[in-house]
Design a protein around this ligand. Sequence first.
Ligand code: BG6
Length: 468
Amino acid sequence: MTNSNFMAFPDGFLWGSSTSGPQSEGIIEGDGKGDSNWDFWYRTSPELFHHQIGPERTSTFYENYQNDLKLLKETGHKVFRTSIQWSRLIPTGRGEINFKAVEFYRNVFKEVNVLGIKLIVNLYHFDLPYCLQEIGGWENKEIVFAYEAYAKECFRLFGDLVDTWITFNEPIVPVEAGYLGKFHYPAKVDARAAVQVAYNTQLASSLAVKACHQNNASHRISIVLNLTPAYPRSQSHEDIKAARIAELFQTKSFLDPSVLGEYPKELVEILSEYGLTPDYTEEELVIIKENTVDFLGVNYYQPLRVQAPQKNKEFDMVTPDIFFEHYDMPGKKMNPHRGWEIYEKGLYDIGINLRDHYNNIEWLVTENGMGVEGEEKFRENGYIIDDYRIEFIKGHLIELHRAIAEGTNCKGYLLWTFIDCWSWLNAYKNRYGLIELNLTTEERIIKKSGYWFKELSEQNGFLNTKES
Ligand code: BG6
């Protein structure tokens, strides 16, 4: 049957998008920015980056922010999330401030406020000042205190313009991609280092929560986590156990300490059994306990499907493969333009999990979106007709709407992303924006989804014509 329902969202629901400093600003001569780990990696290994496009050529927001921000209104934004680049504000990671960066960020934040759009500012989106990488990066506890000092500077310099903060975006990603895989710098495989990096990042996040509240008790701060329940291949004991452990590593390792103030007991036991317990102190655990987040940011792109590891497989070092393997489920619905599974119900499951196991904490979808390689093939009469993206968003919103109706405390939906942006090793391969960026002319052209998103935001919902 056809179910023509208007999916109305709660009053005041926030519609908008997320981007980040390193992925949108670009670098220009004389801007005073220091190197981040990405700038350094690109300079030394450009061949790793798609079409050899590096972070200095990102979407030129640094120069064009005034015009770009006008497009927020044209695409119906009620909220906008971006990040400060630590290496722009404090070029050597510690000490001297770059006043050109202060001026730039203050101008951007003022302008967003003038437009009447809610601003959320993230302190860290995978971008460590390279000087700090040279002394061991997040493996070294000194970086935790350097980050705390940086966070305090941000609260002091921008606290009159920003009242909603994020400590880290997807902190598990640099752990996995930089210390268990080779997609982020320093691109090494070392489980002991991975665990220490994860722990140090959590401690830094908790210290930033504390500093934010000390600076202004009415300001709110969160962490953005890429959450997804782990779905087991089957209901066998082995697959269910594999899924439970995958969830411990990939979601609960930050979710539990950030929201509940404590690490899950089973995770602590596994780490101890494999000799991977990080260096920590009791005082640090008290800091984590006492400084939980005010709300949660959730990024969701694709589900985590797992199976028990093959029996009798030999491992010469401890890696997550000992505990679980990825499961390639036959018949799954795919985004063929990115190679990622589409599973809308994941968003519902996240909402219900937060309702039932995390004190029904207030949360926002801080990223969800559809990456498309070769998107120019969908251009008609000068602009991109991205019906696939509109369908993708609608599908997820139907599930989110259902979770909200059942009591989850979700207050907004932020798409990834505003204007097509640079994305790490993938550079501009996958386009996600409501607005197309022409890399040669730097022209910005609103896609069909951008106009649709404006309507969605103005009507605070959409007509669901999906078969049910
Ligand atoms: C998110 C990250 O997980 O994925 C973004 O927070 C990133 O920084 C996005 O750009 C898309 O990634 P990709 O690899 O599809 O371009």
